[in-house]
Write a protein that binds this ligand. Structure first.
Ligand SMILES: [Zn+2]
Ligand SMILES: [Zn+2]
Length: 345
């Protein structure tokens, strides 16, 4: 089969690999129909994910059809259309039992697919702990509608869920990339009084205004005054930092009102400073990232009900044979690209 592989730092290549086989009775083999490209794939390519194993097939956000299951798999069967979870988790350890599946203590727990074990930018993928890692797609939901369920939508859903959003709140979201846009949709489920989205890219802000006319948009340049003008208590009640730029952590806590919740979803390239003397008296609550991606059944239900729709985010689709061009487009952010889907046939 064809698989897009991490050859060495700076190089991904479409190579021929043997079709994966079951290695454990809790595994499943999934015939991938659609996979997407994530910015984490680019982080692997550029060598900023030290855990990534050279030679692995990349891709950790995909949907497909179950081809084969191990003897201990009970929730899915061959022929089921499924979403694949970015995270591998056993469902049984202390962390899994608390819903903190990102910290599953299994040796392959957390983000393994497409990083430490073969992922899904390929015709087939082996999914460990299939009962946990696969979720059936409802009949009325298309593959394209479900494509982002396992990774960026899971992240947005988790971020909104842990942020204690109330109906009187002004919620500030920093970053309108794919994860920021998913976060926006999930924050809207809590009906806060106002949502403000900040991004440096005008075309992303135009996208927000087009799809979410009630949302206030701003560039970092005007951020402080926009937040002050649209918050009741001198700053945002909740801030979700989904940008991960060098100065967005500072923006996040500076724009927060005293006693606000600041949820840091972003993954930074370098350390951030927490200038405690400057923020003394603000009494902020910080929550730091690492999605616990175990709410896919809920997000699939919300998609089915029409309350979440990430299809406008998938701006381009390429066949697997042209995946190198798809990466180029995604990396160079050409043609208004937000997310790229790779179709396997
Ligand atoms: Zn990802
Ligand atoms: Zn576990």
């Amino acid at each position: 089969m064809l698989a897009y592989s991490y050859v060495k730092q700076g190089t991904f290549e479409l190579v021929e690999k043997p079709k994966p086989v079951l290695q454990n009775d809790r595994d499943a083999i999934v015939k991938v129909t659609l996979a997407s490209i994530c910015s984490s794939d680019l982080h692997i390519k550029h060598g900023s994910v030290p855990r990534a194993v050279p030679g692995i097939t990349v891709g950790h956000e995909m949907v497909g059809v179950v081809e084969q299951v191990g003897a201990a798999v009970s929730t899915v069967k061959p022929g089921d259309r499924v979403t694949v979870n970015v995270e591998t988790f056993c469902g049984e350890c202390f962390f899994c039992q608390h819903g903190w599946v990102n910290n599953c203590t299994d040796p392959n727990g957390g983000w393994a697919l497409g990083c430490r074990i073969d992922g899904g930018q390929a015709e087939y993928v082996r999914v460990p702990y299939a009962d946990q890692g696969l979720n059936k797609i409802p009949d009325s939901v298309t593959d394209l509608q479900a494509l982002l369920v396992g990774d960026v939508l899971a992240t947005g859903y988790w971020a909104a869920q842990i942020s204690h959003i109330g109906e009187e709140d002004t919620v500030l979201i920093l970053g309108a990339g794919p994860t920021g846009l998913c976060t926006l949709q999930c924050v809207a489920l809590y009906h806060p009084k106002r949502i403000i989205v900040c991004d440096i890219d005008e075309s992303r802000l135009a996208f927000v205004r087009q799809h979410h006319p009630d949302v206030i948009t701003t560039t970092p340049h005007q951020l402080q005054e926009v937040v002050l003008a649209h918050s009741d208590h001198g700053g945002a009640d909740v801030v979700l930092e989904v940008a991960g730029s060098s100065d967005t952590f500072r923006m996040a806590w500076e724009c927060a009102r005293p006693n606000a919740v600041v949820t840091v979803v972003a993954l930074y390239d370098g350390p951030q400073s927490l200038p405690l003397p400057e923020m003394y008296g603000k009494n902020l609550t910080f929550q730091t990232g690492g999605v616990d991606g175990c709410h896919c059944p809920e997000t699939l239900r919300l998609i089915e009900q029409g309350k979440l729709d990430t299809t406008p985010l998938i701006t381009h689709t390429y066949p697997l044979k042209d995946i190198a061009q798809a990466y180029e487009l995604f990396e160079q952010r050409r043609d208004g690209v937000i997310k790229v889907a790779i179709a396997m046939e």
